[in-house]
Design a protein around this ligand. Structure first.
Ligand SMILES: *[C@@H]1O[C@H](CO)[C@@H](O)[C@H](O)[C@H]1NC(C)=O
Ligand SMILES: *[C@@H]1O[C@H](CO)[C@@H](O)[C@H](O)[C@H]1NC(C)=O
Ligand SMILES: *[C@@H]1O[C@H](CO)[C@@H](O)[C@H](O)[C@H]1NC(C)=O
Ligand SMILES: [Fe+2]
Length: 443
Protein backbone atom coordinates (compact mmCIF):
# COMPACT_ATOMS: atom_id res chain seq x y z
CA UNK A 1 0.00 0.00 0.00
CA UNK A 2 2.74 2.38 1.03
CA UNK A 3 4.73 1.55 -2.05
CA UNK A 4 1.69 2.23 -4.23
CA UNK A 5 1.21 5.61 -2.58
CA UNK A 6 4.83 6.53 -3.10
CA UNK A 7 4.61 5.39 -6.68
CA UNK A 8 1.45 7.42 -7.30
CA UNK A 9 3.03 10.38 -5.61
CA UNK A 10 6.10 10.34 -7.79
CA UNK A 11 3.94 9.87 -10.86
CA UNK A 12 1.87 12.91 -9.90
CA UNK A 13 5.02 14.86 -9.20
CA UNK A 14 6.43 13.99 -12.59
CA UNK A 15 3.20 14.95 -14.33
CA UNK A 16 2.94 18.24 -12.50
CA UNK A 17 6.60 19.10 -13.02
CA UNK A 18 6.59 18.06 -16.65
CA UNK A 19 5.55 21.43 -18.12
CA UNK A 20 8.17 23.11 -15.95
CA UNK A 21 10.91 20.74 -17.03
CA UNK A 22 9.90 21.41 -20.61
CA UNK A 23 9.99 25.13 -19.99
CA UNK A 24 13.35 24.89 -18.24
CA UNK A 25 14.73 23.13 -21.29
CA UNK A 26 13.70 26.18 -23.34
CA UNK A 27 16.25 28.50 -21.86
CA UNK A 28 18.21 26.46 -19.30
CA UNK A 29 16.49 28.29 -16.48
CA UNK A 30 15.99 26.28 -13.30
CA UNK A 31 12.96 27.66 -11.47
CA UNK A 32 13.90 28.09 -7.84
CA UNK A 33 11.80 27.45 -4.72
CA UNK A 34 10.79 30.13 -2.17
CA UNK A 35 13.53 31.27 0.17
CA UNK A 36 13.54 31.98 3.88
CA UNK A 37 12.23 35.13 5.54
CA UNK A 38 14.92 37.61 6.55
CA UNK A 39 14.19 39.30 9.86
CA UNK A 40 16.07 42.60 9.80
CA UNK A 41 17.15 43.63 13.29
CA UNK A 42 17.25 47.09 14.73
CA UNK A 43 20.86 48.14 15.25
CA UNK A 44 20.57 51.88 15.84
CA UNK A 45 19.86 53.64 19.12
CA UNK A 46 16.29 54.08 20.39
CA UNK A 47 16.26 57.73 19.38
CA UNK A 48 17.70 57.18 15.91
CA UNK A 49 15.36 57.06 12.93
CA UNK A 50 14.66 53.64 11.44
CA UNK A 51 12.45 52.40 8.58
CA UNK A 52 12.87 55.67 6.68
CA UNK A 53 10.82 55.90 3.49
CA UNK A 54 9.56 58.70 1.26
CA UNK A 55 6.47 59.33 -0.87
CA UNK A 56 5.38 62.04 -3.30
CA UNK A 57 2.94 64.70 -2.12
CA UNK A 58 1.44 67.01 -4.73
CA UNK A 59 3.52 68.52 -7.49
CA UNK A 60 6.70 69.34 -5.58
CA UNK A 61 6.61 68.00 -2.02
CA UNK A 62 7.86 64.81 -0.42
CA UNK A 63 6.67 63.05 2.71
CA UNK A 64 9.42 61.57 4.89
CA UNK A 65 8.23 58.77 7.20
CA UNK A 66 10.22 57.01 9.91
CA UNK A 67 9.93 55.26 13.27
CA UNK A 68 11.74 55.81 16.56
CA UNK A 69 11.59 53.51 19.56
CA UNK A 70 11.93 56.52 21.83
CA UNK A 71 8.79 58.61 22.40
CA UNK A 72 10.86 61.78 22.94
CA UNK A 73 12.07 62.36 19.38
CA UNK A 74 10.69 65.26 17.43
CA UNK A 75 8.98 64.98 14.03
CA UNK A 76 11.52 67.22 12.34
CA UNK A 77 13.25 66.88 8.97
CA UNK A 78 16.24 69.05 8.08
CA UNK A 79 17.30 69.07 4.45
CA UNK A 80 19.39 70.74 1.78
CA UNK A 81 21.13 70.23 -1.53
CA UNK A 82 24.56 69.70 0.00
CA UNK A 83 25.56 66.87 2.27
CA UNK A 84 25.67 67.99 5.92
CA UNK A 85 24.30 71.47 5.08
CA UNK A 86 20.63 71.64 5.96
CA UNK A 87 19.29 75.08 5.13
CA UNK A 88 15.63 74.09 5.29
CA UNK A 89 13.54 72.23 7.79
CA UNK A 90 9.95 71.20 8.41
CA UNK A 91 7.96 69.78 11.28
CA UNK A 92 5.25 67.21 10.85
CA UNK A 93 3.06 64.86 12.77
CA UNK A 94 3.41 61.57 14.56
CA UNK A 95 1.24 58.62 15.42
CA UNK A 96 1.46 55.16 16.94
CA UNK A 97 -0.89 52.23 17.18
CA UNK A 98 -1.60 49.13 19.24
CA UNK A 99 -2.42 45.70 17.94
CA UNK A 100 -3.21 43.28 20.77
CA UNK A 101 -0.04 43.19 22.93
CA UNK A 102 2.08 45.06 20.40
CA UNK A 103 2.64 48.82 20.63
CA UNK A 104 4.38 50.46 17.70
CA UNK A 105 7.21 52.94 18.03
CA UNK A 106 6.61 56.62 17.39
CA UNK A 107 5.77 56.87 13.68
CA UNK A 108 6.73 60.25 12.18
CA UNK A 109 5.45 61.83 8.95
CA UNK A 110 6.88 65.12 7.74
CA UNK A 111 6.10 66.78 4.40
CA UNK A 112 8.95 68.85 3.00
CA UNK A 113 9.15 71.25 0.04
CA UNK A 114 8.69 72.89 -2.34
CA UNK A 115 11.50 70.89 -3.95
CA UNK A 116 13.12 71.28 -7.33
CA UNK A 117 12.68 68.51 -9.92
CA UNK A 118 15.48 66.04 -10.77
CA UNK A 119 17.48 67.22 -7.76
CA UNK A 120 19.30 65.33 -5.03
CA UNK A 121 18.47 66.37 -1.47
CA UNK A 122 20.26 65.30 1.70
CA UNK A 123 18.21 64.98 4.85
CA UNK A 124 18.23 64.03 8.49
CA UNK A 125 15.30 62.91 10.62
CA UNK A 126 14.59 64.04 14.21
CA UNK A 127 17.68 66.23 14.53
CA UNK A 128 20.23 63.42 14.86
CA UNK A 129 21.25 60.07 13.44
CA UNK A 130 22.40 59.14 9.93
CA UNK A 131 22.08 61.31 6.83
CA UNK A 132 19.87 60.08 3.98
CA UNK A 133 19.44 61.38 0.45
CA UNK A 134 16.86 61.18 -2.31
CA UNK A 135 16.41 62.39 -5.85
CA UNK A 136 13.18 64.09 -6.87
CA UNK A 137 11.51 62.93 -10.11
CA UNK A 138 11.70 65.09 -13.25
CA UNK A 139 8.87 67.54 -13.93
CA UNK A 140 8.50 66.40 -17.54
CA UNK A 141 8.95 63.17 -19.51
CA UNK A 142 10.97 60.97 -19.75
CA UNK A 143 10.21 59.23 -16.46
CA UNK A 144 11.29 55.81 -15.16
CA UNK A 145 8.99 53.71 -13.00
CA UNK A 146 9.88 50.49 -11.23
CA UNK A 147 6.88 48.20 -10.68
CA UNK A 148 7.00 45.45 -8.09
CA UNK A 149 4.19 43.60 -6.32
CA UNK A 150 3.74 41.12 -3.46
CA UNK A 151 7.17 42.00 -2.15
CA UNK A 152 7.49 40.35 1.26
CA UNK A 153 10.82 40.10 3.06
CA UNK A 154 12.63 36.95 2.01
CA UNK A 155 16.01 36.35 0.44
CA UNK A 156 14.21 36.65 -2.94
CA UNK A 157 12.90 40.07 -1.86
CA UNK A 158 16.48 41.00 -1.09
CA UNK A 159 17.68 40.06 -4.54
CA UNK A 160 14.71 41.81 -6.24
CA UNK A 161 15.54 44.99 -4.28
CA UNK A 162 19.18 44.66 -5.24
CA UNK A 163 18.21 44.43 -8.94
CA UNK A 164 15.87 47.39 -8.60
CA UNK A 165 18.65 49.55 -7.22
CA UNK A 166 21.19 48.45 -9.83
CA UNK A 167 19.57 50.61 -12.53
CA UNK A 168 18.44 54.12 -11.62
CA UNK A 169 14.75 54.99 -11.60
CA UNK A 170 12.48 57.83 -10.47
CA UNK A 171 9.45 56.36 -8.70
CA UNK A 172 8.53 52.88 -7.44
CA UNK A 173 4.89 51.82 -7.69
CA UNK A 174 3.53 48.76 -5.86
CA UNK A 175 0.11 47.11 -6.43
CA UNK A 176 -0.28 45.69 -2.92
CA UNK A 177 1.07 43.15 -0.42
CA UNK A 178 4.04 44.74 1.27
CA UNK A 179 5.35 43.07 4.40
CA UNK A 180 3.43 39.78 4.75
CA UNK A 181 3.40 40.53 8.49
CA UNK A 182 -0.06 38.92 8.61
CA UNK A 183 -0.87 40.47 12.02
CA UNK A 184 2.58 39.65 13.47
CA UNK A 185 3.43 43.34 13.91
CA UNK A 186 7.22 43.16 14.45
CA UNK A 187 7.39 41.99 10.82
CA UNK A 188 6.10 45.42 9.75
CA UNK A 189 9.14 46.93 11.51
CA UNK A 190 11.45 44.42 9.96
CA UNK A 191 9.96 45.15 6.51
CA UNK A 192 10.52 48.88 7.08
CA UNK A 193 14.16 48.14 7.80
CA UNK A 194 14.73 45.86 4.81
CA UNK A 195 13.31 48.45 2.36
CA UNK A 196 14.89 51.54 3.95
CA UNK A 197 18.06 51.60 1.78
CA UNK A 198 15.78 51.75 -1.29
CA UNK A 199 12.63 53.54 -0.06
CA UNK A 200 14.60 56.37 1.59
CA UNK A 201 16.24 57.19 -1.79
CA UNK A 202 13.33 57.16 -4.22
CA UNK A 203 9.60 57.72 -3.61
CA UNK A 204 7.61 54.52 -3.05
CA UNK A 205 3.93 54.83 -3.94
CA UNK A 206 1.84 51.87 -2.81
CA UNK A 207 -1.71 50.58 -2.65
CA UNK A 208 -3.05 47.84 -0.41
CA UNK A 209 -3.32 44.07 -0.92
CA UNK A 210 -5.04 41.40 1.15
CA UNK A 211 -1.98 41.10 3.41
CA UNK A 212 -2.49 44.70 4.54
CA UNK A 213 -6.05 44.11 5.79
CA UNK A 214 -5.33 42.57 9.25
CA UNK A 215 -8.96 42.66 10.37
CA UNK A 216 -9.73 40.95 13.66
CA UNK A 217 -13.47 40.51 14.32
CA UNK A 218 -14.97 42.87 16.93
CA UNK A 219 -11.55 44.12 18.14
CA UNK A 220 -10.18 45.55 14.87
CA UNK A 221 -13.23 45.41 12.58
CA UNK A 222 -12.04 47.91 9.95
CA UNK A 223 -8.49 46.66 9.53
CA UNK A 224 -5.49 48.39 7.89
CA UNK A 225 -4.19 49.62 11.27
CA UNK A 226 -0.49 49.09 10.56
CA UNK A 227 -0.72 49.96 6.86
CA UNK A 228 -2.49 53.29 7.39
CA UNK A 229 -0.22 54.29 10.27
CA UNK A 230 3.01 53.39 8.49
CA UNK A 231 2.33 53.98 4.79
CA UNK A 232 0.11 57.06 4.47
CA UNK A 233 -0.21 58.06 0.82
CA UNK A 234 -1.26 61.53 -0.48
CA UNK A 235 -4.97 60.71 -0.75
CA UNK A 236 -6.38 64.10 0.35
CA UNK A 237 -4.48 65.77 -2.50
CA UNK A 238 -6.55 63.77 -5.00
CA UNK A 239 -9.86 64.39 -3.27
CA UNK A 240 -10.06 60.90 -1.76
CA UNK A 241 -11.24 60.42 1.80
CA UNK A 242 -9.37 57.13 2.28
CA UNK A 243 -5.72 56.10 2.30
CA UNK A 244 -6.91 52.95 0.50
CA UNK A 245 -7.42 54.65 -2.90
CA UNK A 246 -5.95 57.82 -4.38
CA UNK A 247 -4.18 59.21 -7.43
CA UNK A 248 -1.09 61.28 -8.07
CA UNK A 249 0.61 62.90 -11.03
CA UNK A 250 4.25 62.82 -11.91
CA UNK A 251 5.92 63.98 -15.13
CA UNK A 252 3.20 63.46 -17.73
CA UNK A 253 1.64 60.45 -15.99
CA UNK A 254 -1.57 60.22 -13.99
CA UNK A 255 -1.35 57.21 -11.65
CA UNK A 256 -4.53 55.78 -10.09
CA UNK A 257 -4.17 53.57 -7.03
CA UNK A 258 -7.33 51.51 -6.52
CA UNK A 259 -8.35 49.53 -3.44
CA UNK A 260 -9.36 45.91 -4.03
CA UNK A 261 -10.29 45.48 -0.34
CA UNK A 262 -12.61 48.44 0.12
CA UNK A 263 -16.08 48.91 -1.43
CA UNK A 264 -16.09 49.56 -5.16
CA UNK A 265 -19.68 49.17 -6.40
CA UNK A 266 -21.51 52.03 -8.13
CA UNK A 267 -22.79 53.65 -4.93
CA UNK A 268 -19.50 53.35 -3.02
CA UNK A 269 -17.23 56.27 -2.14
CA UNK A 270 -14.39 54.71 -4.08
CA UNK A 271 -16.48 54.49 -7.27
CA UNK A 272 -17.62 58.11 -7.00
CA UNK A 273 -14.09 59.24 -6.27
CA UNK A 274 -12.78 57.32 -9.31
CA UNK A 275 -15.40 58.90 -11.59
CA UNK A 276 -14.46 62.36 -10.36
CA UNK A 277 -10.73 61.64 -10.59
CA UNK A 278 -10.95 60.35 -14.17
CA UNK A 279 -13.02 63.39 -15.18
CA UNK A 280 -10.24 65.68 -13.93
CA UNK A 281 -7.49 64.17 -16.08
CA UNK A 282 -6.03 66.56 -18.62
CA UNK A 283 -4.45 64.45 -21.36
CA UNK A 284 -2.40 67.41 -22.54
CA UNK A 285 -0.73 67.58 -19.16
CA UNK A 286 -0.66 63.83 -18.48
CA UNK A 287 -0.84 61.94 -21.78
CA UNK A 288 -0.35 58.68 -19.86
CA UNK A 289 -2.81 57.14 -17.40
CA UNK A 290 -1.80 54.08 -15.39
CA UNK A 291 -3.87 52.24 -12.77
CA UNK A 292 -2.80 49.77 -10.06
CA UNK A 293 -4.91 47.32 -8.09
CA UNK A 294 -4.26 44.11 -6.21
CA UNK A 295 -6.64 41.27 -7.14
CA UNK A 296 -6.33 40.83 -10.94
CA UNK A 297 -9.20 41.56 -13.31
CA UNK A 298 -7.44 39.50 -15.98
CA UNK A 299 -5.56 36.38 -14.96
CA UNK A 300 -4.93 32.98 -16.57
CA UNK A 301 -3.06 31.56 -13.60
CA UNK A 302 -5.01 28.92 -11.67
CA UNK A 303 -4.25 30.86 -8.46
CA UNK A 304 -6.84 33.44 -7.33
CA UNK A 305 -9.14 32.81 -10.31
CA UNK A 306 -12.13 35.13 -10.29
CA UNK A 307 -11.13 37.05 -7.14
CA UNK A 308 -11.06 40.39 -8.96
CA UNK A 309 -14.16 39.69 -11.06
CA UNK A 310 -16.75 41.66 -9.01
CA UNK A 311 -14.48 44.68 -9.05
CA UNK A 312 -13.87 44.30 -12.79
CA UNK A 313 -17.62 44.20 -13.45
CA UNK A 314 -18.08 47.31 -11.32
CA UNK A 315 -15.23 49.48 -12.60
CA UNK A 316 -13.80 48.25 -15.90
CA UNK A 317 -16.08 50.45 -18.00
CA UNK A 318 -14.92 53.58 -16.15
CA UNK A 319 -11.26 52.83 -16.89
CA UNK A 320 -12.04 51.90 -20.49
CA UNK A 321 -14.04 55.07 -21.19
CA UNK A 322 -11.24 57.15 -19.69
CA UNK A 323 -8.74 55.35 -21.96
CA UNK A 324 -6.45 54.14 -19.21
CA UNK A 325 -3.25 52.90 -20.87
CA UNK A 326 -2.09 50.22 -18.46
CA UNK A 327 -3.36 48.35 -15.42
CA UNK A 328 -0.87 46.71 -13.05
CA UNK A 329 -2.20 43.92 -10.87
CA UNK A 330 -0.66 41.92 -8.02
CA UNK A 331 -1.81 39.00 -5.85
CA UNK A 332 -0.84 36.21 -8.25
CA UNK A 333 2.80 35.33 -7.63
CA UNK A 334 3.85 35.21 -11.26
CA UNK A 335 4.28 37.50 -14.25
CA UNK A 336 1.69 37.81 -17.00
CA UNK A 337 1.11 40.36 -19.77
CA UNK A 338 -2.15 40.68 -21.69
CA UNK A 339 -2.95 42.43 -24.92
CA UNK A 340 -5.23 45.46 -24.84
CA UNK A 341 -8.53 44.19 -23.45
CA UNK A 342 -12.04 45.31 -22.73
CA UNK A 343 -14.77 43.04 -21.37
CA UNK A 344 -12.82 39.85 -22.07
CA UNK A 345 -12.20 40.74 -25.73
CA UNK A 346 -9.13 42.14 -27.43
CA UNK A 347 -9.74 45.85 -27.98
CA UNK A 348 -7.17 48.32 -29.34
CA UNK A 349 -8.56 51.03 -27.08
CA UNK A 350 -8.57 49.06 -23.84
CA UNK A 351 -5.79 48.98 -21.23
CA UNK A 352 -2.93 46.49 -21.28
CA UNK A 353 -3.14 44.34 -18.13
CA UNK A 354 0.05 43.21 -16.43
CA UNK A 355 0.26 40.93 -13.38
CA UNK A 356 3.42 41.62 -11.43
CA UNK A 357 2.91 39.84 -8.08
CA UNK A 358 6.33 38.24 -8.15
CA UNK A 359 8.46 40.43 -5.89
CA UNK A 360 9.62 37.57 -3.69
CA UNK A 361 7.24 36.85 -0.80
CA UNK A 362 7.45 33.80 1.46
CA UNK A 363 4.47 32.00 -0.07
CA UNK A 364 6.41 31.17 -3.22
CA UNK A 365 5.35 31.20 -6.86
CA UNK A 366 2.00 30.49 -8.50
CA UNK A 367 3.29 27.79 -10.82
CA UNK A 368 0.27 26.65 -12.76
CA UNK A 369 -1.42 28.44 -15.65
CA UNK A 370 -4.66 27.48 -17.37
CA UNK A 371 -4.12 25.36 -20.42
CA UNK A 372 -4.54 26.17 -23.28
CA UNK A 373 -3.51 29.80 -22.89
CA UNK A 374 -6.13 32.43 -23.66
CA UNK A 375 -5.21 34.33 -26.84
CA UNK A 376 -5.52 37.50 -24.74
CA UNK A 377 -2.50 36.47 -22.66
CA UNK A 378 0.71 37.27 -24.55
CA UNK A 379 3.42 36.29 -22.06
CA UNK A 380 3.23 34.42 -18.77
CA UNK A 381 5.84 32.98 -16.50
CA UNK A 382 5.98 31.99 -12.84
CA UNK A 383 9.31 33.52 -11.74
CA UNK A 384 10.37 36.16 -9.24
CA UNK A 385 11.20 39.52 -10.75
CA UNK A 386 10.27 43.18 -11.21
CA UNK A 387 9.13 45.48 -14.01
CA UNK A 388 10.39 48.73 -15.48
CA UNK A 389 8.17 51.19 -17.28
CA UNK A 390 9.96 53.96 -19.09
CA UNK A 391 7.67 56.77 -20.18
CA UNK A 392 9.83 57.92 -23.09
CA UNK A 393 7.69 60.77 -24.37
CA UNK A 394 4.00 61.52 -24.75
CA UNK A 395 3.43 58.87 -27.38
CA UNK A 396 5.83 56.04 -26.48
CA UNK A 397 6.71 53.98 -23.42
CA UNK A 398 8.89 50.92 -23.01
CA UNK A 399 8.01 48.05 -20.70
CA UNK A 400 10.42 45.36 -19.55
CA UNK A 401 10.05 42.49 -17.12
CA UNK A 402 13.25 41.51 -15.30
CA UNK A 403 13.35 37.97 -14.03
CA UNK A 404 15.48 37.20 -10.96
CA UNK A 405 18.23 34.83 -11.98
CA UNK A 406 19.73 34.43 -8.53
CA UNK A 407 22.28 37.18 -7.99
CA UNK A 408 21.75 38.70 -11.42
CA UNK A 409 18.62 39.38 -13.47
CA UNK A 410 17.61 38.71 -17.04
CA UNK A 411 15.22 40.83 -19.12
CA UNK A 412 12.67 38.29 -20.40
CA UNK A 413 9.76 40.28 -21.78
CA UNK A 414 9.93 43.69 -23.46
CA UNK A 415 7.47 45.69 -25.50
CA UNK A 416 7.00 49.20 -26.85
CA UNK A 417 3.68 50.79 -25.95
CA UNK A 418 1.86 53.63 -27.62
CA UNK A 419 -0.27 55.98 -25.53
CA UNK A 420 -4.00 55.78 -26.21
CA UNK A 421 -4.17 59.57 -26.20
CA UNK A 422 -1.98 59.56 -29.31
CA UNK A 423 -3.56 56.53 -30.99
CA UNK A 424 -5.25 57.22 -34.32
CA UNK A 425 -7.69 54.37 -33.80
CA UNK A 426 -9.01 55.53 -30.44
CA UNK A 427 -10.96 58.71 -30.06
CA UNK A 428 -9.40 61.33 -27.85
CA UNK A 429 -12.75 62.24 -26.40
CA UNK A 430 -13.01 60.80 -22.93
CA UNK A 431 -16.75 60.18 -22.79
CA UNK A 432 -17.12 58.78 -26.27
CA UNK A 433 -17.28 55.02 -26.23
CA UNK A 434 -15.40 53.14 -28.88
CA UNK A 435 -17.41 50.21 -30.12
CA UNK A 436 -15.77 49.22 -33.37
CA UNK A 437 -12.11 48.41 -32.92
CA UNK A 438 -10.43 48.74 -36.29
CA UNK A 439 -6.85 47.89 -37.23
CA UNK A 440 -4.48 47.09 -34.45
CA UNK A 441 -1.54 49.44 -34.27
CA UNK A 442 1.26 49.06 -31.75
CA UNK A 443 0.26 47.77 -28.34
C1 LIG B 1 20.79 41.09 0.97
O1 LIG B 1 21.39 41.66 -0.18
C2 LIG B 1 22.58 42.37 0.07
C3 LIG B 1 23.02 43.04 -1.21
O2 LIG B 1 22.89 42.21 -2.32
C4 LIG B 1 23.62 41.39 0.61
O3 LIG B 1 24.84 42.05 0.90
C5 LIG B 1 23.09 40.74 1.90
O4 LIG B 1 23.96 39.79 2.36
C6 LIG B 1 21.73 40.11 1.64
N1 LIG B 1 21.18 39.66 2.89
C7 LIG B 1 20.69 38.44 3.07
C8 LIG B 1 20.25 38.09 4.44
O5 LIG B 1 20.58 37.64 2.15
C1 LIG C 1 8.87 59.32 -28.94
O1 LIG C 1 9.74 58.22 -28.78
C2 LIG C 1 9.70 57.31 -29.85
C3 LIG C 1 10.56 56.11 -29.46
O2 LIG C 1 11.84 56.52 -29.10
C4 LIG C 1 10.17 57.99 -31.12
O3 LIG C 1 10.11 57.09 -32.20
C5 LIG C 1 9.29 59.19 -31.39
O4 LIG C 1 9.76 59.90 -32.50
C6 LIG C 1 9.24 60.11 -30.19
N1 LIG C 1 8.26 61.15 -30.41
C7 LIG C 1 8.53 62.42 -30.21
C8 LIG C 1 7.42 63.38 -30.44
O5 LIG C 1 9.63 62.81 -29.83
C1 LIG D 1 21.90 32.99 -14.55
O1 LIG D 1 22.68 32.70 -13.39
C2 LIG D 1 23.56 31.62 -13.57
C3 LIG D 1 24.19 31.31 -12.22
O2 LIG D 1 24.53 32.47 -11.52
C4 LIG D 1 24.61 31.96 -14.64
O3 LIG D 1 25.47 30.88 -14.86
C5 LIG D 1 23.86 32.31 -15.92
O4 LIG D 1 24.79 32.74 -16.89
C6 LIG D 1 22.83 33.38 -15.69
N1 LIG D 1 22.07 33.60 -16.90
C7 LIG D 1 21.98 34.77 -17.50
C8 LIG D 1 21.21 34.81 -18.78
O5 LIG D 1 22.48 35.78 -17.04
FE1 LIG E 1 -2.25 39.14 -2.33
Amino acid sequence: MRKLCLCLFSLLLTISLFPLLLKAKDDDFVRQPPRRVIFTHHDRSDSDPQQVHISLVGKDHMKVSWVTDSKHCSSLVEYGKESGKYNAKANGEHTSYKYFFYTSGKIHHVTIGPLEPSTTYFYRCGGSGPEFSFKTPPSTLPLDFVVVGDLGQTEWTNSTLDHIQSIDYDVLILPGDLSYADTHQPLWDSFGRIVEPYASRRPWMVTEGNHEVEIFPIIYPTGFKAYNARWPMPYQESGSTSNLYYSFEVAGTHVIMLGSYVEFDADSDQYKWLQADLAKIDRKKTPWVVALLHAPWYNTNTAHQGEGETMRLAMEELLYNAQVDLVFQGHVHAYERFTRVYNNKADPCGPIYITIGDGGNREGLALSFEDPASPLSLYREPSFGHGRLKMVNETHAFWGWHRNNDSNFVVKDQVWLQSLSSSKTCSKSVDQKITSPSTKDEL
